[in-house]
Design a binder for this molecule. Sequence first.
Ligand code: ATP
Ligand code: MG
Length: 303
Amino acid sequence: MAIVKTEGLTKKYRDLVAVDHVNLEIEEGECFGLLGPNGAGKTTLIRMLIAASPPTEGHVWILGKDLQKHAREIKAVIGVVPQMDNLDPDLSVLQNLLAFARYFDIPRKEAHRRSLEVLTLFELQNRMSSQIRELSGGMRRRLLLARGLLNQPKVIVLDEPSIGLDPQARYLVWQKLTELKSQGVTRLLCTQNMDEAALLCDRVAIMHLGKILNIDTPQKLVERYGDSGVVEIEVDPASRAGLIRQLKERGYEYTEIANHVHVFTADSDAALQGLVTSPLRLRRRQATLEDIFFRLTGRSLLE
Ligand SMILES: Nc1ncnc2c1ncn2[C@@H]1O[C@H](COP(=O)(O)OP(=O)(O)OP(=O)(O)O)[C@@H](O)[C@H]1O
Ligand SMILES: [Mg+2]
């Protein structure tokens, strides 16, 4: 049974369809990634899944139950790590966690025990009595992650969990998120970090303009769309338009990123050199999830 299921899930803001008839099925214990450019609708989708925002249309079931009918019961088993920091600046680290535990009716003694446990998990046990304003950005993010686990959720929804974390902290968080799998915790992860998605996620959905374009394992997406490999071409502004015209005429799949053109092809370097009069700087490599992300979402940004 899918632990999270949506059907025709839609959110409209006046004329804008921020989330457009999304159908999702997330399996128990899975790490599911939601990828998409800024404004794709990821946060809006997630907010509907955690009953923080009512859908305009469509349905959500969590653990087989209709979210609208059982919101309170379902919220008790969902952990949330929001994109925006919403810690209480007037309270200490520990007080923030204890206050949060009250939403879930966790008895005070148990709330203390769990607070220490989650703080230790994210290496914040020494900051228990710090005020929020005394924490660095990365510490705050780790505290948000710790808080998201306080109610021992069956499903945890993380909106950009590793943003602002230094490399050590990021690896720590990745490790903890991986460990949650062995406890059967389902993870729904929204991220702009393609390495993070490729490393952690069993499956990813690529979202753009409110719609899900594709759902698959990171590996299958790379195989399907990037099997030929990628040639990165750095072009002078003067020869850029000519190169793009030639690529279009010959039916190459490519993406444009700043002054780089990435071509999905197994063709020889000589074949590509032949497309312009001036020499090209070429670099051939294997495709990554990031290339597939650009290929699926990048083109329509230019349209
Ligand atoms: N409360 C709101 N009122 C009106 N429009 C909104 C509201 N919240 C979001 N939007 C719009 O909905 C669209 C989707 O926004 P959303 O925050 O879901 O994107 P996102 O994929 O999370 O982007 P990011 O990667 O930047 O976090 C955007 O066009 C945004 O401007
Ligand atoms: Mg967002």
